[in-house]
Design a protein around this ligand. Structure first.
Ligand code: GLU
Length: 512
């Protein structure tokens, strides 16, 4: 295996649906690895299976990578580099895949197979009847089928000339050791007898994934293949193809990432078990099923928090650090520190990441994000005021929308008041007490949280009590929240007075 090549890695999704978070993690690890080694990160679209092509999927992939800030420097949607085109359907037009398939035939690594669907079905039935556990087209069964290994050269030529449909299959040898190194998993040894003769070129002339990705990895000078664990079982067949092409020593180094597991660790994460969190980075509408899925972006996640969470699904920087900027991730990233065991998705932790990033944001940045939510609710306030509310509320919020949910009363006068508190505290004695408190606040100048706090302390000493909760309820409608002195300062005395007076009016009218 070549270890000195310039680092060139690729993310090679098939546009068969919405790119889910597992795919984004694969892209992210490729990105981090490329940046760490000053290499290239390429986006290649593997769209050879036209029957599974989903409209919009390609744009979705591009937009998702952009939102996550993990942009390829070469490839579909990001500016062509020296190896264009980057879409396999377009590459096919150049005849490149067929040329490689024919080369494989030439060197005895592949063969033509003319079997019809019915013949293949018959073979499966025969093998099943003979109690073969996994019926395969392989080094044994191929000898009973119609292919260029069993037919004479003349017969084969005639069939090719007369246009009989055929596929090209990989000729897997019997009982040969296939050894390859995976950076994450170490040495892997497989006996070739367990591998089937995979189709490389279909009867419509389209290459399968197995052939196409190898041709492209060679042509695009890919140095490392970093992809999901689901591709590990077919890797031995891929090694064979490189071997037949005389390129085994130059083949890219492999790294198969661990699965992302359900929160309980039992099985692969799917759309149904994310505990209410999205599976997709952005909103996704599946045209085939008519189902819509909400994205991380639309749920209020910051892209930095999303990729930070994803980076730690299967990798750790080795220093217990959990909050990592993209630059830190690049600095610390290494494939050797990626685990091979599946990584459990943790919904609570995912929200925690967002909370950490929210807390780090400047109040004006948060205000920018909150203003559109306020506008949707027909609230127009100046940015300084919004920023103050953000500063006050951000400690308890996971998302910017939580600031609105928790702090509505900072923008809208309450019209109802926590009933429990009112029942317990709204006594005749406390009614005049509240008026005294209001007088106290009126004299508190300047009306700052600090001064309000001192005034409250002094008042408590003199009177023996204060009734914070009642005051809070009259001003905000609810009985808990951030520091009352801070709330009062931001609202300003005028508004506080107005709210208390209105509350008294409402409560008295309800009582009478
Ligand atoms: N097209 C494959 C996929 O959809 C890519 C696998 C690979 O990276 O080799 O996942």
């Amino acid at each position: 295996m070549n270890t000195e090549k310039r680092v060139r890695v690729r993310f090679a999704p098939s546009p068969t649906g919405g790119l889910h978070m597992g795919g984004v993690r694969t892209a992210l690890f490729n990105y981090l690895f490329a940046k760490k080694h000053n290499g290239d990160f390429i986006l290649r679209i593997e769209d050879t299976d036209q029957s599974r092509y989903v409209k919009g999927a390609e744009d979705y992939i591009i937009e998702s990578l952009k939102w996550c800030g993990i942009e390829p420097n070469e490839g579909v949607g990001f500016g062509d580099g020296p190896y264009a085109p980057y879409r396999q359907s377009e590459r096919k037009e150049t005849g490149i895949y067929r040329r490689y398939a024919e080369k494989l035939i030439e060197v005895g690594g592949a063969y033509y197979a003319f079997d019809t669907e019915e013949e293949l079905e018959e073979m499966r039935k025969r093998l099943e009847a003979a109690k073969v556990v996994s019926p395969q087209y392989n080094h044994i069964t191929r000898m009973n089928m119609r292919n260029s290994l069993t037919l004479s050269a003349d017969e084969v030529q005639k069939m090719l000339d007369s246009g009989v449909p055929y596929v090209i299959r990989l000729k897997v040898p019997r009982n040969e050791e296939i050894r390859f190194y995976d950076i994450i998993r170490g040495w892997i040894v497989v006996n070739s007898s367990t591998i089937d003769d995979k189709v490389l070129l279909k009867s419509d002339g389209m290459p399968t994934y197995h052939l196409a990705h190898i041709v492209d990895d060679i042509e695009m000078k890919i140095s490392h293949v970093i992809r999901g664990e689901e591709w590990l079982p077919s890797a031995p067949a891929h090694v064979l193809i490189y071997r037949y092409l005389g390129l085994e020593k130059e083949m890219p180094q492999l790294a198969h990432l661990p699965l992302i597991l359900k929160p309980d660790g039992k099985g692969k994460l799917s759309k149904r078990d994310t505990s209410g969190l999205p599976m997709f980075p952005l909103n996704w509408y599946d045209e085939r099923t008519g189902e819509s899925y909400i994205g991380y972006r639309e749920s209020g996640f910051f892209p930095e928090a999303f990729i930070n969470m994803l980076a730690l699904l299967g990798w750790n920087p080795g220093n217990n650090q959990e909050i990592l900027s993209k630059e830190e991730m690049i600095q610390l990233f290494s494939l050797e520190k990626v685990h091979k065991a599946g990584a459990k998705f943790d919904p609570e932790k995912t929200k925690w990441f967002n909370q950490q990033y929210l807390r780090k944001k400047d109040k004006y940045e948060l205000a920018e994000l909150l203003i559109p939510i306020l506008k949707e609710n027909n609230i127009e306030v100046d940015k300084d005021y919004v920023a103050q509310v953000c500063e006050l509320m951000k400690e308890k919020a996971y998302f910017v929308k939580d600031i609105w949910e928790m702090g509505k009363y900072m923008f809208i006068e309450p019209s109802s008041y926590d009933e429990k508190i009112i029942q317990k505290k709204w006594t005749t004695e406390n009614q005049s007490f509240i008026l005294e408190l209001l007088n106290l606040l009126k004299e508190t100048k300047p009306f700052t949280a600090e001064n309000i706090h001192h005034a409250f302390e002094k008042f408590t000493k003199e009177k023996g009590k204060i009734e914070y909760q009642l005051l809070r309820t009259l001003v905000t409608g609810v009985s808990s929240g951030p520091s009352l002195a801070n709330i009062l300062e931001i609202l300003g005395f005028e508004r506080v007075q107005q709210r208390v007076q209105k509350a008294i009016q409402i409560l008295l009218s309800v009582k009478s």
